[in-house]
Design a protein around this ligand. Structure first.
Ligand code: GLA
Length: 387
């Protein structure tokens, strides 16, 4: 449906048919937050919500980019793409051919029309979905053949991360792009960010009478970028003081004794979150493998408390969503993604999903928060060609 909207937008704007349409999903992370840039573990699923890119190759070096979610056309030479240029949403598009060219691939100019159906600003990786849809298109149109193999998809993951870090200048890890390109329907993706190893973990909640509820709090927080970067810097500082290359190297046994060596309590709490969160990913995968969803729910709650109290990235809206969902019968709930707003997830019995959504809506209304958007998701497929 949205492939048609992207096609129509390309036709209307550039007066030509696209060579094809590609799409890529957003993600929610089940557990393992702020662990990716610490060489840790995380466990995302791809969402059914996707971003669509209708694209045509050009014979010159020009990029022309238009979005259904924004006014106007962004036009520039591929040779002029660089840090902060273009800025805003177009950086996530232009950065991908830029990164692939930098990686040594022969990439031409492009006409691109995007239609993003991953909710924007909800912490569901709409930016990674945009990068990965464009990456999939460039791979096919410039005959790079990267979509057909796991190795090729990993090259695209790296290019999309480079686009986000270098051109959009967002110092994020690599979880979102990995989820969007490497996830598999019906599975969660266990990603080890130390060596990029992945494992598909069966995740079919419906077969067990359960559902995953996403609660987009619609809480806006102006400091998101600065706060994220600050957390990353603190983790690097803690690793440096402990004499390890990353917090992944810190054993979880006797943790308080190890962390006592750190110079202040803030660093101790930041490091404690990361080390315990990495251990929780392993425990969660083991619980999923034996269908112990009660244990998974409890791990969600411990993870949320760790992000709220030690990593300090939650906000009242996220805490309220988690508490209201649990009070309405969820087995567990936690904020997901970078924090400071965005979305929380809850593991709910299917028959309690409507009641949980109603309870969250009521709790938000009572506190005078914006009405949240709640919806049930299933683990969906990765970036690919649509038409
Ligand atoms: C954002 C970043 C990811 C990851 C999460 C937190 O989504 O883009 O790389 O760090 O926050 O887990």
């Amino acid at each position: 449906m949205s492939a048609a909207a992207a096609t129509e937008l390309l036709r209307r704007t550039f007066d030509a048919d696209p060579a094809g349409v590609w799409s890529a999903p957003g993600r929610v992370n089940l557990i393992g937050e702020h662990t990716d840039y610490n060489e840790g573990l995380c466990l995302p699923i791809a969402l059914p919500q996707r971003t669509f890119a209708a694209v045509s190759p050009r014979t010159d070096d020009v990029l022309r980019i238009v979005s259904a979610q924004s006014e106007g056309v962004v036009e520039l030479a591929l040779a002029d793409v660089g840090p902060g240029h273009p800025d805003g949403w177009a950086a996530y598009v232009a950065g991908v051919p830029w990164a692939l060219r930098k990686a040594g691939y022969a990439v031409t100019g492009l006409d691109v029309a995007v239609d993003g159906r991953v909710p924007l600003g909800a912490g569901l990786s709409s930016s990674a979905a945009l990068e990965c849809a464009v990456g999939a298109a460039v791979s096919d149109l410039c005959v790079l053949d990267l979509l057909g193999t796991d190795h090729g998809r990993r090259i695209l993951v790296s290019a999309c991360i480079d686009a986000e870090n270098s051109i959009a200048e967002a110092p994020t890890g690599g979880m979102d792009q990995s989820a969007s390109l490497l996830a598999s329907a019906g599975h969660a993706l266990l990603l080890d960010c130390r060596d990029s190893r992945t494992e598909q973990v069966p995740f079919d909640l419906g077969a067990h009478g359960l559902a995953l509820l996403v609660m987009d709090t619609r809480a806006e927080h102006a400091l998101v970028d600065g706060q994220y970067a600050e957390r990353r810097t603190s983790c690097e500082e803690a690793a440096r003081e402990l004499g390890v290359s990353s917090l992944r190297e810190v054993p979880s046994d006797d943790l308080d004794a190890t962390l006592a060596a750190l110079s202040n309590d803030m660093l101790r709490r930041r490091a404690r979150h990361v080390v315990t969160e990495i251990a929780r990913v392993e425990t969660t995968v083991a619980a999923l493998r034996r269908n112990d969803f009660r244990a998974v729910g409890e791990l969600f709650l411990t993870s949320h408390a760790s992000m709220r109290d030690d990593f300090e990235i939650s906000v009242p809206e996220l805490d309220t969503a988690v508490e209201a969902a649990v009070a309405a019968g969820a087995l567990g709930a936690r904020m997901t993604g970078g924090g400071f707003g965005g979305s929380a997830i809850a593991l709910v019995p299917t028959k309690a999903a409507d009641a949980a959504q109603a309870a969250v809506q009521a709790a938000f209304a009572e506190r005078g928060f914006h009405a949240p958007h709640c919806f049930v998701v299933t683990a969906s497929g990765p970036a690919d060609r649509d038409q």
